[in-house]
Design a protein around this ligand. Structure first.
Ligand code: SF4
Length: 156
């Protein structure tokens, strides 16, 4: 993962870059039941970080779907929370494995399916205030080169 070369695509409507800063609302870590995929390398890192063996980590925090590992969820106030989502007293979302979170989490919102068209991107922003603010010109500027790297990192 991450070793592919990022390539220029014909329909990069976002070629001037986009703005995005996560507001730590936690919406992308909760809500409808979903999947947080991770590979063996990411498992090693998460296991080390949580001071577990990889075997113990998956037994405690993950399950397999069609041969692929995904992090567990638990019932939360807004639906299904990622097992590593916690909130501080001010309601800010905290990822308990932030430094070693899987690529899927690192690359949001620049996923290929969100970048297909501007409409797809706006749709993805419905539950992501960080993305919405970016569309209004707020937040950190992310140049096209960075977007491509994140976009291509999640393609299988
Ligand atoms: S939904 Fe967007 S703003 Fe909220 S935590 Fe996720 S990335 Fe950050």
């Amino acid at each position: 993962m991450g070793s592919r070369e990022s390539v220029e695509m014909p329909d990069e409507w976002y070629r001037e870059g986009l703005r995005f800063t996560c507001t730590q609302c936690g919406n992308c870590c909760t809500g409808e039941s979903g999947y947080v995929w991770f590979n063996d390398e990411e498992l090693e890192a998460m296991a080390r970080y949580t001071e577990l063996t990889p075997e113990r980590f998956v037994k405690r925090h993950a399950h397999k779907i069609e041969g692929k590992w995904s992090l567990n969820e638990r019932r939360g106030p807004d639906g299904f929370d990622c097992v590593f989502l916690q909130r501080d007293d001010a309601g800010k979302a905290l990822c308990m494995i932030y430094p070693v979170r899987p690529m899927q989490c690192r690359t949001w919102p620049f996923w290929p399916e969100n970048l297909d068209t501007p409409e797809d991107y706006v749709r993805a922003g419905k539950t992501c205030p960080g993305l919405q603010k970016g569309l209004q010109g707020e937040g950190e500027f992310v140049p096209i080169e960075q977007i491509r790297i994140r976009r291509d990192a999640t393609e299988s």
